[in-house]
Design a protein around this ligand. Structure first.
Ligand code: BGC
Length: 905
């Protein structure tokens, strides 16, 4: 973008409610944001002007007929709530922004962006829920629906609003509507159903048109992990009739409008090719049953019956708040083997989540069977025991007129290997393509270093995140579980945010968390909670606490006060549940399933490895979590300007700490149990009085030595211990743990072939084989939470709690572990941050990028201030650099925005 003479800023990356040009927003005052690009040091915004117009032409003519803020003196560029004319359902809003820089010069207008309002009132829906009468009690064929209609004139614009109880794929005139998979995604269908809006203008024509849909059972009517075990029901958890709700609204060139809605005029059949489809089990597709042209106007649907119209539902319809699930990557196999005659195995080289696109060779009537697995047995066959009851098997029956290509619709699998059998045609390696899909959050982080193992670890963490973000943050994507386990995301949230922009995703999921909260304030162990939120799987320390921790992370990283405001009362009810159940402030009672510091060292199998001594006593774990949530609650209250609550909960935090120390900590700083984890948690949550902290650090270090410099921590304490080692002068030891290749360590899993993060350190051990098949996922992000340490410590990027959303932040890399260089970046809500260091014969090179309109405190490792230069100049001659102090082996500087290169000799 061309900048007008002299302006150092150029606004870009316009978002509405975190999304790029969203098609349905139901916040009545949507929040807008942008970032300002600049190549000038110290560039900063001093004012902005936003224009919102009801038409693109109006916007082009600089008419803010919906909202013209005028010139607002402000340095804010995120979370700006729309304050113009009241917005109606369906309203289209076209907007742009310009900003004034530090010299008072105006930028050019940004490129235009847009959003559209959704259907704000339930009465906006005239569509009815339709399906067929057959329940899907068994895993039965997919319901297909269609309707033909006439449009009397050319189409000016058309939007279809759609959702399902179950899953849907919508088609118009033979073409698929949009590229979203598994819509409307996973929510508690009793409470809330997300709907989607699609611009379908190009799909329609004057004259005859056909709209059609295929329904899948999905989370609504199909299998959900644990359901069989927990409620003795393998399917139909929310209902047994998949249903569609669709409303096509067309504006015609002659000025009239047409509305085509789901109702009794639609026709339905279950005679199509999808014979069954289940998220866990897979899809069965019989190509001989395809009905070419079923979604076009000429099709003879005489054999179809009238659709069944169902009663309205009580659940709330909300516009989808998160990025849709869609295919984001394709991967080609790296090997094809035939371990048994006629049984072929494709190796994708990467444990991935999605499904396959397969070119099938064979004769009509033959059925290709595709079994998906994360690992191989020693004999080269697929290892599927760890999938438990999830079949992850697709079947495709050939119609017999090659080439035939198969890709499923309403399922997903976690796998690296695909076994193909059942067909006479011999496959070739290029017949298979892995189609990777997940909620399509923008990538936000990058990392590379001189250590290939660390780079692989970082890639594994990202792959595991990709594999577990399917509209909810899941524990795993392969076995019969795949639930929104709260403890796992509690520990992983910050790492996840460093890697991907999670703001919209968490906006959606925090609603699921509130929907799953029990009436007495207990948060669920997983959200959504499909099995009775008041009865079971609720109220667990370290799991329920995600209801406090995750929104706080969202606030720290994205400055989302609105989320805090919406969520505060819910978080308060959780803390109050724990407090009132435990008036002496030690969390002894009401801990639900009480998982503790999950998968700690006591669960490991290895000769010579201690059988006990790793697990922090559960009561201590619980009380530490209670203290931490209370602390965060008080900080939330402060942000919200609620001083009374802030004081109340900071006093409660102090009281819990006092009770904690009285009950569990000896005068010489030993925390009951004397576990690595106990110290890590107490330090991380600031539970110990100052004089006790060095003692605790010493005990923690001794505890690590007792395990021959290995971790015995569970998933809640592992990454926290890493952070605390660094914080308390034990950075070398932290580097040692991350560099370990011996069991248990990240390096060990990589040496044993991991391409994703494993649930257990010893998921597979060469020579011993697989861990307990009952719980052995190879795609679990929890111990990947160490990504937070990699970013904060190796790269050195740290948000500043006192200045949320990177308005100000801290760059503090801590070279170590024999690394000679590392480079990382984070695309924050205010722009691109980079941190890159390299050790050489002449000392250290450190290059940073600080987005316009932000500042950073930067720690440059050095002997003293005089030995550091920037761009070849002494520090005091370098524009934008302010020397603050020398601290702990680093020159501490305050930097204005811009790019800087330091040399430290
Ligand atoms: C999940 C975990 C989860 C745990 C609760 C497991 O089955 O996979 O990651 O947090 O249950 O203990």
């Amino acid at each position: 973008m061309v900048q007008p003479e002299g302006s150092s800023l150029s606004p870009a990356s316009l978002r509405c409610e975190y999304l790029v040009n969203p098609g349905a927003i139901d916040a009545r005052q949507p929040r807008l944001s942008w970032i300002s690009d600049s190549s000038v040091r110290g560039a900063r915004q001093t004012a902005y002007q936003i224009l919102v117009s009801g038409t693109p032409e109006g916007l082009a003519a600089n008419r803010g007929d919906l909202w013209d803020t005028g010139k607002v003196a402000s340095d804010e560029s995120i979370q700006i709530a729309y304050g113009g004319k009241a917005l109606r359902s369906r309203q289209r809003c076209y907007w742009k922004v310009r900003v004034w820089d530090q010299a008072g010069k105006a930028s050019a207008w940004s490129r235009p962006a847009q959003w559209a309002m959704g259907l704000l009132e339930q009465s906006d829906w005239s569509a009815k829920w339709i399906g067929d009468k057959l329940p899907s009690v068994e895993n039965v064929a997919a319901t297909m629906l269609r309707r033909t209609f006439k449009l009397p004139a050319n189409v000016k614009s058309a939007t279809v609003y759609a959702t399902a109880l179950g899953l849907y794929e919508l088609r118009i005139n033979g073409r698929r509507v949009g590229d979203q998979l598994l819509a409307p995604e996973f929510t508690d269908y009793n409470a809330r159903v997300q709907y989607q809006a699609y611009d379908v203008t190009p799909l329609l024509q004057q004259g005859d048109n056909t709209i059609g849909a295929i329904l899948g059972d999905g989370w609504y009517a199909g299998g959900i992990g644990l359901a069989q075990i927990v409620i003795k029901k393998s399917r139909n958890i929310y209902g047994n009739h998949p249903r569609l709700l669709a409303q096509l609204e067309v504006e015609l060139a002659d000025g009239t409008t047409e509305r085509i809605v789901t109702d009794a005029s639609w026709k339905t059949t279950r005679e199509g090719p999808i014979r069954s489809a289940d998220l866990l089990d897979g899809e069965v597709y019989d190509a001989r049953r395809e009905m070419p042209g079923w979604d076009t106007a000429g099709f003879a649907d005489g054999a179809w019956t009238a659709a069944d119209v169902a009663e309205p539902i009580k659940a709330q319809l909300t516009a989808q708040a998160n990025e849709p699930i869609r295919v984001v990557k394709e991967i080609r196999p790296i090997a094809l083997t035939e371990p048994k005659p006629g049984v072929f195995i494709f190796d994708l080289g990467q444990n991935m989540v999605g499904w396959c696109r397969l070119i099938v060779r064979g004769k009509a009537g033959e059925t290709a069977m595709l079994r998906h697995a994360e690992a191989l047995n020693d004999d080269g066959t697929v290892y599927t025991e760890n999938l438990r009851a999830a079949k992850q098997t697709d079947r495709y029956t050939l119609r017999g007129n090659a080439p035939e290509t198969f890709e499923p619709h309403f399922t997903y699998h976690g796998f690296r290997y695909v076994e193909l059998s059942g067909v006479t045609g011999k496959p070739v390696i290029r017949d298979m393509m892995g189609r990777v899909f997940h909620s399509d959050m923008p990538e936000s982080g990058a990392f590379a270093s001189s250590d290939a193992m660390l780079n692989k670890l970082w890639e594994n963490i990202r792959w595991t995140q990709r594999g577990n973000m399917h509209s909810i943050p899941t524990d795993c994507p392969q076995r019969d579980e795949r639930l929104g386990w709260m403890g796992d995301i509690l520990v992983f949230a910050q790492t996840g945010i460093f890697n991907f922009d999670m703001a919209a995703f968490f906006t959606k999921w925090m609603r699921d968390v509130r929907d799953a909260q029990a009436d007495d304030g207990r948060y669920a162990d997983f959200s959504p909670h499909p099995f009775g939120r008041n009865e079971r799987f609720t109220g667990v320390p370290g799991w329920g606490d995600a209801g406090v921790v995750v929104p706080w992370r969202v606030y720290q990283n994205y400055g989302d006060r609105k989320m805090l405001a919406e969520h505060f009362e819910s978080a308060r009810r959780w803390v109050e549940y724990v407090r009132t159940t435990n008036p002496d402030l030690l969390w002894r009672k009401g801990r639900g399933n009480d998982y503790g510091d999950w998968l700690n060292g006591d669960t490991l199998i290895q000769e010579g490895w201690p059988k006990q001594g790793a697990q922090v006593p559960k009561e201590i774990f619980a009380t530490a979590m209670f203290a931490h949530s209370t602390d965060l609650l008080s900080r939330m209250a402060k942000v919200l300007g609620n001083d009374g609550e802030a004081k109340k909960y900071s006093a409660l935090f102090a009281d819990i700490k006092a009770a904690f120390n009285r009950a569990y900590v000896t005068p010489d700083g030993v925390i009951q149990g004397n576990t690595q984890a106990g110290y890590a948690l107490a330090l991380h949550f600031d539970l110990l009085p100052e004089q006790m902290r060095p003692l605790a650090v010493k005990h923690m270090v001794d505890g690590i030595a007792a395990y021959r410099n290995h971790m015995s921590t569970g998933f809640h304490s592992t990454y926290r211990m890493m952070l605390e080692l660094t914080r308390w002068g034990q950075n070398d030891l932290a580097y040692r743990l991350i560099s370990n290749r011996t069991f248990p360590s990240w390096g060990y899993t990589i040496e044993n072939g991991a391409t994703t993060i494993w649930e257990r350190w010893d998921g597979y051990v060469k020579g011993r084989g697989f861990q307990d098949k009952g719980m052995n996922s190879f795609n679990h992000y929890a111990i990947g939470a160490v990504g937070e340490w990699i970013n904060r410590v190796i790269v050195g990027i740290n948000p500043d709690d006192d200045s949320p959303a990177y308005k100000h932040f801290i760059l503090r890399p801590r070279p170590g572990g024999g690394l000679t260089w590392a480079r990382g970046s984070y695309n924050s809500v205010r722009g691109f941050i980079e941190s890159h260091w390299r050790l050489g014969g002449n000392g250290l090179m450190y290059a940073v990028a600080i987005p316009a309109n932000t500042t950073a405190t930067v720690f440059v490792p050095a002997k003293d201030a005089a030995s550091v230069t920037e761009g070849g100049r002494p520090l005091d001659k370098s524009p934008g650099v302010e020397f603050l102090r020398f601290e702990d082996g680093a020159v501490v500087l305050n930097l204005q925005s811009g790019s800087y290169t330091f040399e430290s000799r």
